[in-house]
Design a protein around this ligand. Sequence first.
Ligand SMILES: O=P(O)(O)OC[C@H]1O[C@H](OP(=O)(O)OP(=O)(O)O)[C@H](O)[C@@H]1O
Ligand SMILES: Nc1ncnc2[nH]cnc12
Length: 183
Amino acid sequence: MTEDPRHPHGLLLSRIRDVPDYPKPGVLFKDITPLLADPVAFSALTDTLAELCLSNGATKIAGLEARGFILAAPVAVRAGLGFIPVRKAGKLPGATLKQAYELEYGTAEIEVHAEDLTADDRVMVIDDVLATGGTAEASLELIRRAGASVAGVAVLMELGFLPGRARLEPVLDGAPLEALITV
Ligand SMILES: O=P(O)(O)OC[C@H]1O[C@H](OP(=O)(O)OP(=O)(O)O)[C@H](O)[C@@H]1O
Ligand SMILES: Nc1ncnc2[nH]cnc12
């Protein structure tokens, strides 16, 4: 495991649990529930992500269902910014924009309420894990289709052995991709 030298969060690293062969053989699942259960670690993570959002000029925080919600909602409160839930298809009640993306096998769709974003908004996307980058890429597409701009993407953890960063960089349009930990 390596840490970004700007974010030396040994505490965060120590609270991530490796679960081999979940949800299928050969996959190493990075479980954040021990971190969530530790109020010092969870608070340190929330503070760090809130600072990143503010330093990148965000006006709104988007969280990606479901684990991204757990991180993004307290970050939005801490930063004093509004929270935008990016949900799996079929869950939002109002008029939505929908974006399909590739999973390892098959496709999925996420949605957002476009009316909660304006052309003046700069949205920071927050999630727990960047793996293939498909979910984050689709969220950027949704934000832009809603007329807002992207302030950046911030994740607790980047799986450096997968091509998420390479996939996202061409569509970030200069916005930062911040990963507190790369594993
Ligand atoms: O970079 P990607 O390959 O798109 O993978 C990363 C996404 O996968 C996980 O969510 P998942 O949809 O598995 O479910 P959950 O948050 O509902 O647990 C994770 O929380 C990210 O959102
Ligand atoms: N290996 C992994 N661990 C935790 N969350 C993930 N989301 C996608 N891949 C993951």
